[in-house]
Design a protein around this ligand. Sequence first.
Ligand SMILES: *[C@@H]1O[C@H](CO)[C@@H](O)[C@H](O)[C@H]1NC(C)=O
Ligand SMILES: *[C@@H]1O[C@H](CO)[C@@H](O)[C@H](O)[C@H]1NC(C)=O
Ligand SMILES: *[C@@H]1O[C@H](CO)[C@@H](O)[C@H](O)[C@H]1NC(C)=O
Ligand SMILES: *[C@@H]1O[C@H](CO)[C@@H](O)[C@H](O)[C@H]1NC(C)=O
Ligand SMILES: *[C@@H]1O[C@H](CO)[C@@H](O)[C@H](O)[C@H]1NC(C)=O
Ligand SMILES: *[C@@H]1O[C@H](CO)[C@@H](O)[C@H](O)[C@H]1NC(C)=O
Ligand SMILES: *[C@@H]1O[C@H](CO)[C@@H](O)[C@H](O)[C@H]1NC(C)=O
Ligand SMILES: *[C@@H]1O[C@H](CO)[C@@H](O)[C@H](O)[C@H]1NC(C)=O
Ligand SMILES: *[C@@H]1O[C@H](CO)[C@@H](O)[C@H](O)[C@H]1NC(C)=O
Ligand SMILES: *[C@@H]1O[C@H](CO)[C@@H](O)[C@H](O)[C@H]1NC(C)=O
Ligand SMILES: *[C@@H]1O[C@H](CO)[C@@H](O)[C@H](O)[C@H]1NC(C)=O
Length: 627
Amino acid sequence: MAAKLGHLAQGAASILCLLIFFAEPSDSGAQARVSGGAGTCISRERDALLSFKAGLLDPAGRLSSWQGEDCCQWAGVRCSSRTGHVVKLDLCNNYVVSSFQGLYKSNSLSLLRNEMSSSLAALQQLRYLDMSYNEFNHTSIPAFMGSLQKLRYLNLSSSGFSGRISSQLSNLSNLKYLDVSGGYNDLHAVDLAWLSRLSLLSYVDMSGVDLLAVRDWFHMVNMLSSLRVLRLANCGLTRTVSATSKSNLTHLQVLDLSSNSFDATLEHNWFFWDLTSLKELHLSHCEWHGPIPEQLANMTSLEVIDFSANDLVGLIPSNLENLCSLKVLNFDDNNIDVSIGEFMDRLPWCSWSTLQKLSMRNTTMTGNLPLEVGALGNLTLLSLGNNKLDGVLVKEHFSGLLNLEYLDLSDNSLKMDIEPSWVPPFRLKHINLESCTVGPRFPEWLRWQTRVDYLLLGNTSLDDVIPDWFWVTFSQASALDASENMLRGSLPSNLQHMSANSIDLGSNNLTGLVPRLFPLNITSLDLSSNSFSGSLPAELKAPQIFMLSLADNKITGTIPSSMCQLTSLARLDLSRNKLTGDVVQCWKESDNSSSVSRANSADQFGSRMYSLRLSNNGLSGEFPKFL
Ligand SMILES: *[C@@H]1O[C@H](CO)[C@@H](O)[C@H](O)[C@H]1NC(C)=O
Ligand SMILES: *[C@@H]1O[C@H](CO)[C@@H](O)[C@H](O)[C@H]1NC(C)=O
Ligand SMILES: *[C@@H]1O[C@H](CO)[C@@H](O)[C@H](O)[C@H]1NC(C)=O
Ligand SMILES: *[C@@H]1O[C@H](CO)[C@@H](O)[C@H](O)[C@H]1NC(C)=O
Ligand SMILES: *[C@@H]1O[C@H](CO)[C@@H](O)[C@H](O)[C@H]1NC(C)=O
Ligand SMILES: *[C@@H]1O[C@H](CO)[C@@H](O)[C@H](O)[C@H]1NC(C)=O
Ligand SMILES: *[C@@H]1O[C@H](CO)[C@@H](O)[C@H](O)[C@H]1NC(C)=O
Ligand SMILES: *[C@@H]1O[C@H](CO)[C@@H](O)[C@H](O)[C@H]1NC(C)=O
Ligand SMILES: *[C@@H]1O[C@H](CO)[C@@H](O)[C@H](O)[C@H]1NC(C)=O
Ligand SMILES: *[C@@H]1O[C@H](CO)[C@@H](O)[C@H](O)[C@H]1NC(C)=O
Ligand SMILES: *[C@@H]1O[C@H](CO)[C@@H](O)[C@H](O)[C@H]1NC(C)=O
């Protein structure tokens, strides 16, 4: 069965470099300028940039425009049109957007020597400095940054800095945005007194910075009365502050303290209850236990509550009627242990139309899903998987869910009873009904779900043929799982038009031939434990496939030599079939090649294999030695 797919993870956070425009600096010190085209550039600043560049490795040539007289035209550089001074330097590695680490790395700037050139200290009018997503070789945050006293925006997120953050930044009294977050940094601090002095700060993200040793973090942060966004996720915080501490952060809108080990009850150890302007409260993975406190009721601006992965117990408080802006509720992985009906009764009425995501996966919820759920008209995500829900789902449960995209009802004792003629009001992208009773008929309403990316129908009591429209409706999907059912009939012989990366139809009662043409981008194909017969396709083409299981079928004939072109294969299971003949020639050739030539050719069949099963067939010949 396909792996359970995470969601809500603010994951695919668009990591685009932020553009912020500032008022022009007003000083007009006489400086040597060169004019080139529309801009002007102060030569001393140009020299500083060039000498900074000279200390960098730039394999992708991102700074190739850094030549010629007018530095104001260079990539990432912006000058004041009035004074000509460089006011903005944006070295953010945009390629991180691809989230493909290889590309991120090859586009990173890194250091030629063990220290960053301090020449940038000459850019005294700099207001905006973004160095995010580079690889500055685990050097410490350079001291010269502290001299850039006009800075308002400093982004060192995931830029490969390490070591202690201490007083380097303590003079940046104009700073409004400070971001030193991210897994590619390895930073720590032992005190935050420097931070508390940067009184204009409105945005602080120190997520991932080790603050274990900072005893008074709350006190220091509490001095920053202009804060709007505070992110201290995964900082090793353990200390809570008694609920009597008065918080000063009256403008705070976003608070993220997730992934810290508070190991306390929320009720008595939470200190931000008077944050009435808070819109987002992220407290997941914090080892909170006990009930969900009533004080939540005063936080009437809340839009996002993320309490997932704690040990909270019981209903949400009954006094939340003034929380009228709720958009996202995430209680996944808690021990709520109440009936879903009661829980929904306590959702403030005024937020039923604003709610977009309701996620209660693995919360030991019981009972029948109330029909009213179908009135959550703005819901895009409904995730109730892995609970103890029971009862019958009818079309009225979904009738008003016009905007639903993500539906997870898996691993409950739910039975769907929906007539074949029903046309759903939604176009889902993600459907997970695993281990619910959906069959016996293959659900006809799925026919309209042409935007599906993930379809998980494993173990859903389907006892039917796979309808022809399945291969059309889901041709754009990336994962299809209908394993552990009683599906009958045969598969189309050509699946090349399918976009799927992963198809799992194992443990059904499918017959006929294995498809001749696999989906081109397939990485995982499981057709095991069916009744496929005939011989394997002569021409197997699936350049990215790493898992292929055809075990436990009735396949005859020999293993085709085209199998050896599947160079990405890591797991191949052909056991329990009726294959005959010699173990194929290419496998023998792999044996032959010396270790040197194999090392040279990573793309050789067998080079990535870690599991090969051929047992219970009529095969002969030697077992390939490459294993
Ligand atoms: C810093 O840069 C990262 C990556 O470009 C971005 O995700 C983040 O939002 C930026 N931080 C701020 C405060 O703009
Ligand atoms: C910094 O890292 C880059 C990329 O990993 C490497 O090529 C370079 O030699 C490193 N510089 C120093 C001074 O170690
Ligand atoms: C901060 O500024 C003061 C006074 O301008 C100076 O003496 C000190 O060295 C500066 N500290 C840092 C860390 O740059
Ligand atoms: C609140 O913030 C101000 C500065 O803005 C600071 O002077 C004061 O000490 C802070 N109060 C508390 C209780 O931390
Ligand atoms: C809400 O705030 C009011 C006024 O500050 C306070 O009296 C009341 O106790 C608070 N309610 C809860 C549930 O904390
Ligand atoms: C379910 O939630 C509990 C916490 O209540 C957690 O310990 C457990 O690992 C979760 N199970 C799954 C499958 O995520
Ligand atoms: C539903 O969401 C949209 C977009 O977020 C919003 O514009 C609209 O007002 C919401 N509808 C209701 C009834 O709140
Ligand atoms: C299949 O679903 C039933 C409930 O319908 C459940 O009891 C069983 O554990 C599930 N099997 C698997 C392999 O998940
Ligand atoms: C296969 O993947 C490539 C690259 O991601 C994509 O451009 C192409 O459309 C995919 N092919 C199919 C049939 O989905
Ligand atoms: C699979 O289908 C065959 C007929 O095609 C039938 O004889 C057999 O009983 C079925 N197996 C199961 C487990 O239903
Ligand atoms: C494998 O080895 C045999 C005998 O050692 C030799 O005849 C054959 O050409 C070799 N094949 C390859 C592909 O090197």
